[in-house]
Design a binder for this molecule. Structure first.
Ligand SMILES: C[S@@+](CC[C@H](N)C(=O)[O-])C[C@H]1O[C@@H](n2cnc3c(N)ncnc32)[C@H](O)[C@@H]1O
Length: 286
């Protein structure tokens, strides 16, 4: 390509290539990738569209577009994802945080008592736990994950967001030993049933860790395991909330009721899909 063409020409060419590669929202992605290649905010791309391309920026942009053509998400190429208004560093070891998971943060912030303690089971990048801690300066939290590499990412994000002194990261499974009870427990566990894995988009199956996507079987095992210890980890009157997948709401609510939780509240995401549920351990319950 001639170095006398403008960024607008280059973007047009890239958008056609991404569309041909089956990328939805190709024009938006091109703008984000050019901003990434040039080290500017996406809004600044509008101001340089008519500038002549420069070789270093073009090389970086071309590399990013090639990655996107193969189905790698923009967030993976950039190495970060915005969640609840903050930037979270991500690596191949963590789930790319999804916008619908912000629902859990909304409810957690509202339900936590003053100076409360929150537990995030399957903390991943830390997007839920660390958003809660960033919004609520009075709260302390623990994040658990079976992946040591994921915990490293969560710890890094805790430091970047300035909440590390109030966040403890613990390596272990759903049954990990934890000291004391929590006012709020939250989890977005791996929940995709084994039979649905083959139908996932290439952006997901090739880039999110398998461990973060599915526990195998019917996808409900993490809820069973976590709810089996709900009384132990939840303080009297405390809340527990889960995210779940399409079509799993009734099964998860049933498991929550069987675990003795009360006032179970269902939440829908912006697409109107039943996406999360919170329940309460009765105050004074044994
Ligand atoms: C769906 S991801 C959620 C990550 C993050 N909380 C979020 O919402 O983006 C599930 C997380 O659970 C962790 N995980 C999977 N199996 C686990 C287990 N048996 N015990 C603890 N964590 C587990 C995975 O490593 C992954 O980080």
């Amino acid at each position: 390509m001639s170095v006398h063409c403008t960024w607008q020409d280059v973007m047009q060419d890239a958008a056609v290539r991404l569309q041909a590669a089956g990328v939805e929202g190709a024009r938006r992605d091109v703008r984000l990738l050019l901003a990434h290649a040039l080290g500017v905010e996406p809004v600044a791309v509008l101001q340089c569209e008519m500038d002549d391309v420069e070789p270093a920026g073009l090389t970086a942009f071309e590399a990013a577009v090639k990655r996107r053509e193969t189905g790698e998400p923009v967030s993976r190429i950039r190495g970060w994802r915005e969640f609840y208004g903050r930037r979270f560093h991500i690596t191949p070891d963590v789930l790319d945080p999804r916008p619908e998971t912000e629902l859990l943060v909304d409810v957690a912030i509202a339900r936590l008592p003053r100076n409360g303690r929150v537990l995030d089971l399957g903390v991943g990048s830390g997007c839920i736990l660390l958003s809660v801690l960033a919004e609520r300066q009075d709260v302390q939290g623990v994040g658990v994950d079976i992946s040591a590499a994921a915990l490293g990412v969560a710890q890094m994000n805790a430091e970047t967001l300035g909440v590390a002194p109030r966040a403890e990261m613990v390596e272990g499974g759903w049954d990990v030993n934890l000291a004391g009870a929590f006012d709020l427990v939250v989890s977005n566990p791996p929940y995709i049933p084994a039979v649905d894995m083959a139908g996932l988009a290439r952006e997901v199956i090739n880039h999110d860790p398998h461990l973060a996507l599915t526990p195998g079987g019917d996808g409900l095992e993490p809820y069973r395991a976590i709810l089996a210890r709900a009384r132990e980890v939840l303080a009297s009157g405390g809340s527990i909330g889960f995210e779940f997948g399409l079509g799993q709401s009734l099964a998860v609510i049933d498991l929550m009721a069987q675990a003795g939780l009360e006032q179970i509240e269902m939440l829908r995401d912006l697409a109107g899909i039943e996406r999360a549920a919170f329940g309460r351990r009765a105050a004074g319950a044994p």
